[in-house]
Design a protein around this ligand. Structure first.
Ligand SMILES: [Zn+2]
Length: 321
């Protein structure tokens, strides 16, 4: 009888373990249920210090100490067999497996190394999908380059309260039929090899000719700075954000390749779906100050206000004529 009870107990225990591993693994979260992230990752429910946010030029504060970030170890990335592209089920990620590229300056108190760059995009090619908004405008997509504090011990994320554990660059992206981005081309030409979640592609030595600076805007001196969080679970609030004012462009044809990637993780038991809409909506600013590194007369212009200005100028010219 005792052994029968033991068997029943073991059966229930194993069933629980299987159920737990299927339902509650850390990567079992999805963008389409972002309002429920806090059920399992309670930091995501915080109403302070969460990211992304809506940034408005006229509401930000100019701070002259915000000098341009300095990358060293060389802009050109020529190591051996340490550059990898992977589909993690939520996004496409360019992973740097050593600590070759270092970053400092930009009024950060530590030195950081580049860990990975990844992308966020919309539900479809003609719907916006950036995480941060700028001057009332959501962009087509957004790239994040994640730098880790050299003093930060990986695996201690849950315990750390260092507000500068991670420093993340946010780069807004515009899709433009006419503008092919050569470095993005270099990356996305390998998406066929990482179509399914969990697949990765290691660049061979011949391919290590790309210059990482082509991923970033030409002008790194104009950016916004605020204290925030990871934009996906577990939403830890240890990120110093640097959001560049100027976007980069990639062609519509290049962007289409992002929408062909498969997501094997989120929609449980429904098989593969394409990765779309992998952005978190803006979170409350909640009294935080957004600083900026620059002053610019027309920085607050949106495409709409620019168009209105042109129409008014033409109308004025006609009246004067
Ligand atoms: Zn991100």
């Amino acid at each position: 009888m005792a052994s029968k009870l033991n068997l029943i107990f073991i059966w229930y225990y194993l069933s629980f373990l299987v159920l737990y591993s299927v339902c509650f693994r850390e990567d079992q979260w999805g963008y389409h249920i972002n309002s429920q992230w806090g059920d399992e990752f309670n930091v995501c429910n915080h109403t302070h210090d969460q990211s992304p946010i809506k940034i408005v030029y006229k509401d930000s504060v100019y701070d002259p100490v915000l000098t341009p970030p300095i990358l060293h170890g060389g802009w050109t990335y020529v190591p051996t067999s340490v550059l990898m592209l992977q589909n993690n089920g939520h996004t496409i990620e360019l992973v740097f497996k050593d600590r070759h590229i270092r970053m400092h300056g930009a009024h950060l108190t530590h030195e950081f190394y580049l860990k990975q760059c990844h992308f966020h995009w919309g539900e479809s090619i003609d719907q916006q999908g950036s995480e941060h908004w700028l001057n009332g405008h959501q962009y087509d997509a957004e790239m994040h380059c994640v730098f880790i504090n050299v003093n930060f011990v990986e695996g201690t994320e849950a315990e750390t309260y260092d507000r500068e554990a991670w420093a993340v660059f946010g780069v807004l992206i515009k899709f433009d039929a006419e503008k092919t981005n050569p470095y993005i081309e270099y990356l996305l030409s390998h998406t066929e090899a990482i179509r399914d979640a969990g697949q990765n592609y290691s660049f061979n030595q011949e391919e290590h000719k790309a210059d990482i600076k082509h991923l970033l805007p030409d002008d790194l001196s104009e950016y916004y700075r605020y204290q925030g969080s990871l934009t996906s679970p577990p939403c830890y609030e240890f990120v110093v954000w640097t959001i560049f004012h100027n976007p980069i462009h990639i062609s519509t044809h290049q962007a289409e390749r992002l929408f062909e990637l498969h997501n094997a993780v989120v929609e449980q038991n429904e098989g593969f779906t394409n990765i779309t809409g992998n952005f978190r909506p803006p979170q409350p600013l909640a009294g935080r100050t957004v600083f900026r590194s620059f002053n610019k007369a027309n920085a607050a212009s949106t495409p709409q206000t620019t168009l209105l200005t042109i129409i008014l100028l033409i109308a004025t010219a006609f009246i004067l004529y």
